[in-house]
Design a binder for this molecule. Structure first.
Ligand SMILES: [Zn+2]
Length: 259
């Protein structure tokens, strides 16, 4: 089911606590010299739509939030960014709208690294307001970390930016948007960690031209296998979220006999 394709009476008639509302959150920002700026939005939307098709009566998909928190890309240009505060407000506004009308299972599916911190803040605020709801959120690459690591060939076995993973996925989903002549090894990635400390550095400080890892190792076939693997992993998680108990107390979650 797609929220924006249903009439109000049909949405009001839903068995709301048993429906999982899927909110894709992404971004439009520079993706190196070879990928479109809408890379995160294209990938995250495609995954979310496939999940909706797998659970047509139990998942309610809302339109993708395309404006992400991308201040760390702004100095490269070709970027549209929300302030962290306004992004947190947007997520809280969407969450409250859904909770106020009786939905109790929300999954914010993220496709952009800069959204992770504000997503956690928004979910913490919503939890304090509505503890009886299941408020889940995270990135598709976290849910599918195992299959992603098994399919990537470069040294980096995780998502980067305009990297082997994202380039392969766009080659699979929208090959006509890739500038194949500009795909190359992204070179050294300046770390954002020193001795376990997070160090705030933007993409101009960390990358040569706004990409990371080995986009030159990407292929459409690898993208197809990655996409299918990500959807499989996420589908298993969605099953879990659909049956996870709702409650406000410890005893609501502890399996019988293990208290
Ligand atoms: Zn991004």
């Amino acid at each position: 089911m797609k929220f924006h394709e249903l009439t109000a009476p049909r949405i009001r008639a839903l068995e709301k606590p048993s429906v999982l509302v899927l909110v894709p959150i992404a971004a439009v920002e520079q993706h190196g010299p070879h990928l479109p700026t809408g890379t995160d939005t294209i990938i995250c939307t495609a995954i979310a739509e496939r999940i909706e098709q797998r659970f047509p009566h139990r998942v309610l998909l809302v339109p993708t939030v395309w404006l992400g928190a991308s201040a760390h890309h702004l100095r490269f240009g070709a970027t549209l960014s929300a302030e962290l505060e306004s992004f947190i407000h947007t997520l809280k506004d969407i969450g409250r709208s859904l909770l106020d009308q009786g939905f109790r299972r929300l999954l914010f599916l993220n496709g952009h690294g800069g959204n992770v911190d504000p997503l956690h803040v928004a979910l913490r605020v919503l939890n304090a307001e509505c503890p009886e709801a299941l408020l889940a959120g995270g990135s598709y690459w976290s849910v599918a970390a195992k299959v992603i690591a098994s399919l990537l060939e470069g040294e980096h076995k995780d998502v980067g930016h305009a990297c082997e993973l994202e380039t392969s996925l766009i080659m699979h989903l929208r090959p006509e948007l890739v500038d194949g002549e500009r795909v190359r090894d992204a070179g050294y990635l300046v770390p954002n960690v020193i001795d376990g400390l997070f160090v705030a550095r933007d993409m101009r400080q960390r990358t040569r031209e706004g990409a990371t890892g080995r986009p030159d190792l990407a292929s459409a076939e690898k993208g197809r296998r990655l996409f299918d693997g990500i959807v499989e992993a996420l589908a298993a998680t969605v099953e879990r979220l659909l049956t996870e108990p709702l409650g406000t107390e410890y005893s609501d979650f502890v399996p019988a006999g293990s208290e």
